[in-house]
Every structure is written in C-alpha cells, then in structure tokens.
Design a protein around this ligand. Sequence first.
Ligand code: HEM
Length: 410
Amino acid sequence: MSAMTSPSPAVIFNPFSPEFRADPYPQYATLREAGAVLKTPFGPWMVTRYEPVDRVLRSSAFRTPRGYRDADDPAGPPRFAPAGKLSLHRRLWLLFQSGDSHARLRKLIMKVFTPRAVRSLAPGIEALVTELLAPALDRGAMEVIKDVAYPLPATVICELLGIPAADRDLNRKWAAAVAATVDPICSDAEVQAAEAAMPEWDAYIRELLAARRRNPGDALLDAMLAVEEDDTRLSEDEIAANATFLFLAGHETTTNLIGNGLYALLRHPDQLAKLRAEPALVENAIEELLRFDSPVQIASRTALETIEIEGVTLEREMPIMVALGCANHDPRRFERPDELDITRADPKPISCGGGAHYCVGAALARLESKYAFAQLVTRTRSIELATEQVTWRPSFSLRGLVALPITLQT
Ligand code: HEM
C-alpha cells in the first residue's frame, strides 16, 4: 500500500479533541485496525501496532528528530530553535543524539547512572513516600499529583543529580517551560517560552557545577564531571544539557505513572482490591499500569533514507509518531487488551521504549512507583476518587492528569 492509497484516518483521529484527551484508546483501536502505518490528517506518519512499533524503535534506519514540527504546519520542514541555550541543550540531549555520538554519550551516562546508584536510593525513596503520605493519612484526603506523584520523583531526581532540595520547584518551573519542546509537534509560542527559560536554567546548572568542582560530593553531577571512558570525557556543555534533560525526563513521566496508574485502579475497584489483598503483586501491577495507560504515548522518529515498512513508503525526514500507547493495546500482542488485569502474565509494555534509546530511568521509575503503590494500599483501608471529572494535561506525547483528588480511610 503506498502513501497515496493508505486509508485516511481523517474522520476518526483528532488528538486535539477533548474526547481523545479523556480516552484516546477507542480512536487508537480504529487507527490500528485501519493500518499498521498510517498518514495522520495533520501530517506526520503514525505506527500503530506493537510489532512494527518495536521494530522501528530497534532499527538503525530511523533516528530521533532533533528539530520539531510547527503545530501550524506539522507536515512542513523541521524547525530548529534559534542559536542559543535552548538549541545548545536540545542538540546535546541524549534523546536527540544518534549513531556513534549517541553510543558514546549513552555509554558515559550509563557509567554513572548505574543499577547500583539506583538501588542505593531505595531506603530514601521508601522513607520519602512515608513522609509524603503522612499528612494525607491524617486528613483523610489528598490531591495525589500535588501531594505525592510530583514531589516524589522530583525530590528523588534532585537528590540523585545533586541539585539542592530547596531548588526543586525552581527547576520544575524551568522544566515546565522547556518540556513542550520534547513533543514532536510544538508551537512557536512554546519554543519561545522554552527559549526564555533556558538561559536562566543553564546558568543555574553551570553555577552548581562550578560549586561541585570546588567541593565534590557523590551525586550524579559529580560523577558526570569525573567520568571517563575510552579516553573521552563529558564536556561541560554535555553535562549541563543532560542535567536538564535528566531532570525533565526523570520527574514528569513518573508523576504520570503514579497518577494514571492510581486513576486506573480507582476505576477498576476489583483490581485495587486484588492489590490490597496481595501487595506482593505490586511489581506486576506496575507493568500492567504502564501498559494500560502509558505516561509516554508517542516516541518520535524520522527515516534516515526513504524506506518501506508494512508496505508503506515513508519518505526521508518525514516525521513519524511511534504510538507506544496504541501499541500497548494491540490485540495481536495482548489478550483482552482493554482490560486492566494486574495479574496478567508478563505484561511487557512498550511504554519505556526499546532499542538504542530505551529509557535510562526505567528502573528508577519502577522503584519509586513500587513504594508509592505499596504504601497506598498497605497504609489505607480504602481509597476513593473524590471527583466526577478529571482533567488531562494538554501535552501530545506525555499523558497525565492535572490533578487527582481522592479520599482515604486508614
Ligand atoms: C514511568 C516513567 C518513565 C517512562 C514511561 C519513560 C519513558 C521513556 C521512553 C519511551 C523513552 C524512549 C524515547 C524514544 O525512544 O524516543 C525514554 C528515554 C529516556 N528516559 Fe525515560 N521514562 C520514564 C522515566 C524516566 C526517568 C525516571 C528518567 C531519569 C531519571 C528517564 C530518563 C530517560 C532518558 C535519559 C532517556 C533517553 C535515552 C536515550 O535517548 O538513550 N526516564 N523514556
């Protein structure tokens, strides 16, 4: 099937509609059945099914696109932020590297972001969850995003990187301004807001690096300053850029895993009851929650050369949305894909990507959410949703709630 004759999903796919935001899965199902690779009505291609999604992520024929597409002209040429700090950081973010330069940078970062460094955070994470839940347990109510789902990963990533806890919300403010530019499609206004925030954030990180050079500690920033591999080191620009990227990537996604996951359990009280009855299911439950409502819905790629996939020709450099959230509900891969089943054998969601760019922080995100969900069910007798209607954040590729009010009984 060529690009000209592939089914047009124009009628069924509107990712900007409130219905899609509230529940994208019915539209995804129609798209997935219409084809494994489709041209969206607003320009980019979309890969919908699990197997080709996995294949594209693992293929060296595609790369993550460094440019972004203008929301007013998503099928147009890639745009780049004007020369400046935003452009510098985006160019050096691990996610937007490819080939040998990606392999080099990733090797250096993985040398400091080790499983051991993550495991060593476990007692601190468990204690932080206990502390964050305490006032809510006293009150019998909480707003999950504000009270736990945001402060938990944001505090942990500050601790891991070596950013003082008192500066957490300052970093969050900068990150919020810059986050939109990770989306494959963003508006000029979003790019301008990110450009306005980045010089301050960059200066802050460089000051911190200078202080840590004078007075080294044992955080990731110190390790990044010292790391060496195959006679190569990280430059200060690379460290500054990947500090902002790790802060960005390290908090909002996990916030959304906790928020989307708890919201899913609250809408499936039988599953919440199962977890309450058997907290040892928590790790499997997290895989299923990642699958059921993925915090990252879209990964972006472009083909290095014109390529045919699933019988569809994708032109070089055209934007491709690799639809992780859609693939996670593919009936070719999962039995009863729209059912939440925390006892599902080997859920294997594709929510953390695959191949060369597989998520660096997946184990950390799993660790944080393990303690959050475990304590939520073991320290309460019941949890209930305290609103009839939730609001989803407007991001296209990151899926998460603005707020999640609940009541709880101990
Ligand atoms: C539930 C939480 C998380 C989810 C669902 C998630 C998802 C993802 C996905 C899908 C990718 C691949 C993107 C692509 O291939 O285009 C990715 C990459 C990445 N993630 Fe995560 N992530 C999570 C948490 C974290 C955390 C906690 C950190 C850091 C502390 C992190 C750091 C990164 C980095 C550095 C990359 C880029 C890797 C590369 O390009 O080689 N993530 N993540």
